[in-house]
Design a protein around this ligand. Sequence first.
Ligand SMILES: [Fe+2]
Length: 290
Amino acid sequence: MTDVLTIHWWTDLHLRDELTGKPEAEGAIWMERHYYAALDKLKMSVDIANAERPDLTVCTGDVIDRKQPLLAFAQMWDRVAGPKAFMLGNHDLDAGYDSVVRELGCEERPVTAGSRFTCSFPLYRGQTRARVLLLDTYVDAEGRHRYDTCEGTIGEAAFAWLESEMTICAETVVLLFAHNGIDGPEMYFDPRHAARFRELASRVVGSGKRLYHLAGHHHVYPLAVVRDVLPGYTFVNGVAMIAGSRSSVNVLTLDERGELAIDYRAVEYPYRPYRPHHPDRSDRASTYQN
Ligand SMILES: [Fe+2]
């Protein structure tokens, strides 16, 4: 029997408290963003995580849409019972980096490459092992947070950290989560840093490791976008939870051969209690396997 690691991955919730539960309100929908539905989807995501108990729940940010308290998100995040990891997005910085740290209770976390959210840890289930990295892509060369931009960046300290973590780790599979996709749309990442990252990725996979980079920011839906950048290096742009009245939690599974698959759990407005085998669940529709 294969040991399979499971990760629930949330991204781009874009909460706006004043529009929560108000589909008729002015501004409740803007382009693909269904603001009124965001909190209901988030509640369902918590229920799903607590029912399915994945090995890890990851959130890659933009939990708010503009400057406002993070309380609605923080209360839900606190309810997730299992292991979890958070990375901020550019919109979360509208509230200020210090506010994000404080409101999510991260004041005591160590600073890595300029951020209390950048971190590295192993994730094991039986013979299936992965190194999980979360990278803050909003830290400048001097180690300060960058505001009023949606272009991702990787400073020198972050490059040194990435190189060290990806090459020294004992695990042969690396899952690198960030808000911005380094290999997503070109306008969303500093092209010099993206090119340099690909050189690093090339060395990492050249040593026999398997690299997956998973990001949000660019709001894709209803399915994730998956692209093989190099042999052994795959980029995944996850489904944005804000998109539509119904969207998805991305569910990643990794087997002991290092193969990653993507599945989905539907979340929608209005909130409904989670039923594991609900007939509406259309989320087995797309599976990616390398
Ligand atoms: Fe974003």
